[in-house]
Ligand binder design. Structure first.
Ligand code: FAD
Length: 354
């Protein structure tokens, strides 16, 4: 992988401006890294231009909260854990309830539970969010799929039990499955930290996920189904670039993981490609939509240097942004006509008429 020739780590905003002016003057391509979690590592790896410098924002991590107007200014180097540690941004009750209920393919042989989830997950009351993780487990003769329903309810378990009895009795949620906790504890639970971890772990910069490789468009092939609906559906499609609004039931994350010394890399990649292709008849089409945070360079990429092709870029641009892509291109053409800020899937500019 092409690595940066130089890493610049500003400690003040004015140094960000200075480094941009400098790289523009010298004609050296640059990348900006905030958390560095881009699925395709576009924030710190350039496949299309060399040499390049890296603007590392990790020292700019100030969080300023205005209690009066309930807003927060967060510098790009701050981690989500640091933000969560300091403040909850929307009102939440003192007690939340979380649960995980896992069913095997045998326990849901007629797919009644998973089918019902697909119909109701985006329409549940706003206080309740249930996502599903699907995993293939076991060996050759003993293979099965597990479906883990992971719920978070903004309220106590007694009320949750009533809601579930009415909306989703097929899951068979019991009082014993439910764990009551504070909102901040639920962020640790959701982040995969062991129960009882001190909330100060949110201030660690390191992730609990460890080192390894993954390809995602999570060795257990893994699918994560996250419902939309709620507030997501109330915002008009053209309000902000993210367009997947009312009518979108859920998004699917296809993921496969492997370790550094695993020699079967192509097996993992082939599995995810076959899975993605198999799912085509069952998901959105024209365009088959995608979530920009689940970035995938297999959808296409801008070519070398600053000359990008609008028609090619529209293939992946329409997946991420639907009709908002055209508007993003017009804005980009206006504010950055030279396409100075660019990467493999950046918004292209239109040619300027002379
Ligand atoms: C293990 C894992 C789990 C994830 N889970 C989820 C999830 O559950 N839900 C979800 O939505 N996403 C998820 N993501 C995706 C991730 O949240 C997004 O990719 C997000 O953009 C990462 O933010 P970052 O600050 O780390 O970005 P970076 O990797 O630092 O940057 C992303 C892009 O923004 C540009 N950029 C960064 N900082 C700036 C800046 N200050 N100004 C201008 N451009 C900038 C970069 O150049 C790059 O193009 C996950 C990623 C990983 C690796």
């Amino acid at each position: 992988m092409p690595k940066p020739g130089f890493i610049f780590r500003p400690i003040h905003e004015s140094q960000v401006q200075a480094s941009i002016i400098c790289s523009k003057k010298l004609g050296i391509h640059f990348r900006v890294r905030s958390g560095g979690h881009d699925f395709e590592a576009l924030s710190y790896v350039s496949r299309i231009e060399k040499p390049f410098i890296l603007l590392d924002m990790s020292k700019l991590r100030q969080i300023t909260v205005d209690i009066k107007d309930n807003s927060a200014w967060v510098q790009p180097g701050a981690t989500l854990g640091e933000l969560y540690y300091r403040r909850k941004l929307v009102p939440v009750p003192e007690t939340l309830t979380v649960f995980t209920v896992t069913k095997t393919l045998k326990q849901d042989a007629r797919l009644k539970i998973i089918s019902k989830w697909q119909r109701i997950a985006s329409k549940l009351i706003e206080e309740l969010h249930i996502r599903v993780e699907l995993r293939a487990i076991g060996n050759n003769g003993n293979k099965t799929v597990t479906m883990s329903y992971k719920g978070q309810f903004l309220g106590k378990k007694g009320i949750l039990m009533k809601v579930m009895k009415k909306a989703f009795p097929e899951l068979g949620l019991t009082q014993e499955d439910c764990i009551e906790m504070s909102w901040i504890e639920s962020t640790l639970f959701g982040g995969g930290f062991p129960t009882g971890s001190p909330i100060e772990v949110l201030l660690q910069v390191k992730s609990p996920l460890g080192k390894g490789y993954f390809k995602a468009t999570r060795d257990a092939p893994f699918l994560n189904w996250t419902p939309y609906g709620g507030m997501m559906a109330k915002i008009p499609e053209s309000e902000i670039p993210f367009p997947h609004r009312n009518g979108t039931l859920f998004k699917i994350l296809y993921q496969t993981n492997w370790q550094e010394n695993d020699k079967r890399q192509s097996r993992h990649i082939n599995w995810i490609k076959e899975m993605y292709s198999y799912m085509a008849p069952y998901v959105s089409s024209n365009p088959r939509q995608a979530y920009v945070n689940y970035r995938d360079l297999d959808f296409g990429q801008n070519r070398n240097n600053s000359k990008v092709n609008f028609i090619e870029a529209k293939i992946w641009g329409a997946k991420y942004f639907k009709d908002n892509f055209n508007r993003l291109v017009r804005i980009k053409t206006k504010v950055d006509p030279d396409n100075f800020f660019r990467h493999e899937q950046s918004i292209p500019t239109l040619p300027v008429r002379s």
